[in-house]
Write a protein that binds this ligand. Structure first.
Ligand SMILES: Cc1cc2nc3c(=O)[nH]c(=O)nc-3n(C[C@H](O)[C@H](O)[C@H](O)COP(=O)(O)O)c2cc1C
Length: 373
């Protein structure tokens, strides 16, 4: 359903006048320069997975329970023993200063205010140290494995030293996906924008112009990464390892054999392999393979609190949210991200109550309609 989005930021208007994630998307897409809007919102290939991530949530229907006294409710939960006020983490996303000058710093402060966790991208524009010094937010560090293992090791160890509590290894990007819209509207980074984590870890960017940086960084990814690198990663850090981008039951089995602490069911927001299964359908497909042996987080297509409820009903411990955070940043920096989080939290609270639940631990698959059962 299309609804009227109020004209924003005319006099007297603020992010408080935006009431859903679609409103933030609409605003950000109109405000941002074309190539940045494309970089944020676009996906791989024909964007089949990108669209399915969202529509598969809507196809999954609810059969709520009633008369359960839902007057008093709590949304708090834990992810790998970290307490959070509601089951949401902010997904790692590169170059957040493209959305707002305060970039990841604003995102981290908003997350801290809500007492949820963030995953900071290797390609953040504020360094992991700057984020830790300026915000007490509970955080994991997202890692890409680069051909240069020394730089990769330095990244991990600097993050550990800075107080990050987990390493999220992205495993669905041995190569950069074919993002067709980006090819027509290439991302050129404005001068002054830096990838400080990589520079702190020893990457020499002499002779690489900011404009050429995105493609140069993509060329550093190591396509030879394999399960052997998990063993290597364990040898350089004592932090929990979380694999982001696992989708196949066979890989889940191998992850369990490698004592992985948690997996993130993710198709990279539809940015890597087009026509891969939507995130929520993947969760349905793989959940029996997990056998309760590791925690599951899901990302891709979360745009409403109801989506979070459905992911939890299928067995996810929490969800991660990507683009809505960038749209919030673009609309209003820290206040914009806070508002996005408030909307998702209050929508989840309402959905939970309308399904007869008063706590996160009660949520289960009895409220999901499976037509073939
Ligand atoms: C602009 C943008 C940049 C991203 N950068 C990274 C990254 O640096 N590392 C990573 O593991 N995933 C990255 N992702 C993927 C997200 O972590 C996440 O998997 C995805 O955005 C979730 O889907 P959603 O945007 O529909 O919520 C990025 C996504 C976007 C939209």
């Amino acid at each position: 359903m299309q609804h009227e989005i109020p004209p924003l930021f005319i006099e007297g208007n603020s992010v408080e006048d935006i009431h859903d994630i679609k409103g933030f998307e609409h605003y950000a897409q109109n405000k941002l320069p074309m190539n940045i809007a494309t970089f944020f919102s676009g996906g791989a290939g024909d964007e089949i997975t990108l669209e399915e991530n969202v529509s598969a949530f809507d196809r999954l229907k609810l059969v709520p329970r009633v008369l359960k006294n839902v007057e008093k409710r709590s949304l708090s939960t834990t992810v790998l023993d970290q307490n959070i006020n509601f089951p949401l983490l902010i997904a790692p996303m590169a170059f957040q200063q493209l959305a707002h000058p305060e970039g990841e710093m604003a995102m981290a402060k908003a997350a801290h205010e809500h007492n949820i966790m963030i995953v900071l991208s290797t390609l953040s524009t504020f360094s992991f140290r700057e984020i830790r010094v300026n915000s007490n937010v509970s955080s994991w560090f997202q890692l890409y494995i680069y051909k240069d293992r020394e730089i990769t090791k330095n990244l991990v160890q600097l993050a550990e030293k800075a107080g990050y509590k987990g390493i999220v290894l992205t495993v669905d990007a041995p190569l950069y996906g074919k993002r067709v819209k980006e090819l027509y509207n290439p991302l050129t980074l404005p001068s002054g924008l830096e990838v400080k984590n990589l520079q702190d870890a020893g990457l020499d960017l002499k002779g690489i112009s900011t404009a050429k940086l995105p493609s140069y960084l993509a060329s550093l990814l190591d396509p030879s990464i394999s399960w052997n690198d998990i063993t290597w990663l364990r040898s350089v850090t004592s932090l929990p390892i979380i694999l982001k981008g696992v989708m196949n039951p066979k890989d889940i089995k191998i992850a369990i054999e490698h004592n992985i602490d948690a997996i993130i069911i993710s198709n990279h927001g539809g940015r890597q392999l087009d026509t891969s299964l939507s995130s929520i359908d993947t969760l349905k497909f793989i959940r029996d393979s997990v056998e309760g042996k590791l925690e599951i987080i899901l990302d891709g297509g979360i745009r409403k609190g109801i989506d979070i409820l459905k992911a939890l009903a299928l067995g996810a411990k929490a969800v991660m949210v990507g683009r809505p955070i960038l749209w919030g940043l673009a609309a209003g920096g820290e206040e914009g991200v806070k508002r996005v989080l408030t909307i998702l939290k209050s929508e989840l609270d309402l959905a939970m109550a309308l399904c007869g639940y008063t706590s996160i631990s009660q949520i289960n698959e009895e409220i999901l309609f499976f037509p073939n059962k």
